[in-house]
Design a protein. Structure first.
Length: 213
């Protein structure tokens, strides 16, 4: 709880800084700002902070800030309706790569309070997995306004390696428009180079699990 409160406080500080920078930029555009101009900017700053604080409290009430396991398909639809931005990891206990996804999403959930991060067991949710055409495990479904807008299937978009960085996954989620991101969307964080031997290629192919079998 203390860690989540700290994250909320940090998010408020970051928001305050962003608002300050935006309004300061507008202030610089004014040749000779009047008292009325300054008062208007001050009011907008306060309103923006109040709005953000309200959002943070609403997100916290919806369980944002924690990486949560959904118990069934109904809960997936409930979460998708209540939270505007959702990242849902479809996993299977027998697939080792799902643990890698868990590690990264657990960290990102604490950083991006604007998004609901969750996971659901694909084997225990056959109707949902079939409806969303989940074939490769792991798959991350990116949801915005109750609609699936993108998928991250396996690790292909993450350099095709197991030891990709959290920053690379964060960038990919930003490309999918499900998190707030201030970095450069045109260029991903540096992908770690890896010399592939015949054995590592074979192991990589075996790691990408499929529900087709």
């Amino acid at each position: 709880m203390e860690e989540l409160s700290s994250k909320l406080q940090k998010s408020l500080v970051n928001t305050a800084q962003a608002i300050e920078e935006q309004l300061d930029a507008e202030l610089k555009k004014l040749d000779k700002p009047t008292e009325d101009d300054l008062e208007e900017i001050r009011k907008r700053r306060i309103e923006a902070m109040k709005h953000r604080q309200k959002q943070l409290m609403e997100w916290r009430q919806l369980g944002h800030g924690e990486y949560e396991e959904l118990k069934d398909e109904k809960e997936f639809f409930d979460v998708s309706k209540k939270s505007q931005l959702v990242v849902c990891h479809f996993y299977r206990d027998s697939t080792p790569r799902c643990q890698i996804v868990d590690k990264h999403l657990n960290m990102l959930a604490k950083k991006h309070l604007e998004t609901k991060f969750c996971k659901i067991n694909a084997e225990k949710s056959p109707f949902l997995a079939d409806r969303l055409r989940i074939k490769i495990i792991p798959t991350m479904a990116l949801v915005k306004s109750s609609k699936i807008i993108d998928y991250i299937i396996g690790f292909t978009d993450l350099g095709g390696i197991d030891d990709f960085s959290t920053e690379l996954l964060e960038w990919r989620l930003a490309k999918g428009h499900v998190i707030e991101y201030s970095g450069d969307l045109t260029h991903p964080p540096e992908v770690k180079k890896k010399v592939l031997t015949k054995k590592s290629i074979r192991d990589s192919q075996l790691s990408d699990d499929s529900d087709d079998d």
